[in-house]
Write a protein that binds this ligand. Structure first.
Ligand SMILES: C[S@@+](CC[C@H](N)C(=O)[O-])C[C@H]1O[C@@H](n2cnc3c(N)ncnc32)[C@H](O)[C@@H]1O
Length: 269
């Protein structure tokens, strides 16, 4: 289940995030060599940002499928669709898709929300053809910091960590990703982390206050803060991030990809 509660701006937050991660997603697809005729699957595609990049590369002879549990995200993805993309409402652990049908199976920001990694990884590997690529991207929040430091930023960083913990999500998976894929027997593994930063006026500058706002319900229910204190911290953090003298590192994204051995059975974890 998606850990963040539906709120008015959540689709907008995800859309903005997808837009500012485009260049790095393109770099990943270029490194993998995605091109005309490729068959690609985007697990937990959300609004379809990476799915659309795959479709632009694979073109008419290719096959691109975006899959997600949440109909509200798929509706948005379908409305934005360009080119030949099929969107499926399904669980990434049990897709019902046939074995070995894809040259590339990709998932961004899926594992951090999962209760267990093995069913996801086993399914991703099953769906790739022998010699095909499995590519995963996850966020590592440990790099988050702002300059100059500000107590409201630190408070929201702490609340985000605690809120994600309350949602039972797989924190720390970004740092474990390489080891998970290696243990699963994937070959020719590649590791490519990058930092997401912001300064005043950047579209991602409000990422931290916005995502904490999306965790409002779990934070209040867990007694980690109260409404007025949360509103005050969010407002103070927004104001600091709007200061032209402020810069911030929001998170690291770890990209890991590798090949399913040709002709060998591969099991996760
Ligand atoms: C943070 S969003 C990331 C969306 C997209 N991959 C991106 O990077 O923009 C996480 C997505 O994972 C989806 N999701 C979570 N668990 C899932 C599962 N078991 N099967 C399919 N989708 C899942 C959620 O519905 C949500 O769209």
């Amino acid at each position: 289940m998606y850990p963040l509660e539906p709120r008015a701006g959540e689709i907008g937050r995800l859309a903005a995030q997808g837009a500012w991660l485009t260049e790095e997603a393109e770099a990943l697809l270029s490194s993998i060599g995605v091109g005309p005729g490729w068959r690609c699957l985007d697990l937990a595609c959300g609004l379809g940002d990476v799915t659309r990049l795959m479709a632009a590369r694979a073109g008419a002879p290719g096959l691109v499928v975006g899959l997600d549990l949440e109909r509200r995200f798929l509706d948005h993805a379908r409305a934005e669709a360009a080119g030949a993309v099929e969107y499926l409402e399904a669980d990434a652990c049990r897709t019902g898709l046939p074995d070995g049908g894809f040259d590339l199976v990709h998932g961004r920001f899926l594992f951090a929300g999962a209760a267990q990694f093995d069913p996801l990884l086993t399914e991703a590997i099953r769906l790739a053809r022998p010699g095909g690529t499995i590519a995963l991207q996850e966020q590592d929040l440990s790099s988050m910091a702002c300059f100059p430091p500000h107590p409201a930023f630190a408070r929201l960083k702490g609340m985000l960590g605690a809120g994600l913990e309350q949602s039972g999500t797989g924190r720390g998976v970004a740092r474990r990703l390489f080891g998970l894929l290696r243990q699963a027997g994937l070959r020719e593994l590649r590791y490519r982390p990058f930092l997401v930063s912001c300064q005043a006026g950047d579209p991602q500058a409000a990422w931290l206050p916005d995502i904490v706002d999306s965790l409002r319900g779990p934070l209040l229910r867990a007694g980690l803060t109260d409404g007025p204190a949360l509103d005050e911290a969010i407002a103070a953090c927004r104001s600091h991030l709007n200061d032209p003298g402020t810069t911030a590192i929001l998170y690291t994204v770890v990209q890991v990809w590798g090949r399913k051995p040709a002709g060998a059975a591969v099991e996760a974890g």
